[in-house]
Write a protein that binds this ligand. Sequence first.
Ligand SMILES: [Zn+2]
Length: 190
Amino acid sequence: MIKRCQNEECGKSFTPARRDAKFCSDRCRGQANARRVREAAAPSPAVNVSALAASDARLEAIEARLESAARMMETRLDALERAVKATQTETSQALKAATEEQGRARDTAHKSVRDLGRRLDGLETTVTEMKASRGAMREQRQINERLTALETRLNEVVVAVNTQHGLIQQLDTLVGDLVDPPDEPKKRKR
Ligand SMILES: [Zn+2]
């Protein structure tokens, strides 16, 4: 019986001494086994590069959403400041009484905006820390778990920011109406 040597670098035909022999010689068996060990130990570099690129893309997406949430917060704070200034410029007693309720709502909104700002700052710090420590993190799984946790927290904050946006817009409209009432009082919102 003639077989072909399974060592890729040899491939010679040989007559095996045993039925299950795969290689023509001990030397060829050694070479083939060494090659198999080498190939199993070295991970494909393409896989690592694409996994790293994927985590980069997720971090960039998180940063972009953080930036847009921060911009929304700024817009909201501007609206809040306008509302505060509008009530401060008014001195009439009747208007003071009418704006008391709005004043309380405004204080609550202001505190809530500050809390959201702190949560956004916390997320920004986490992203920065993660970028710094990513090289030290050995497992892609670990990086992905932290990215997912970060995305979950960001989603919570964005929902809270959006809720706050509606409240502050209502407040802005209410204070605006008090300071500069619409022409037809009947159409005024309560
Ligand atoms: Zn051989």
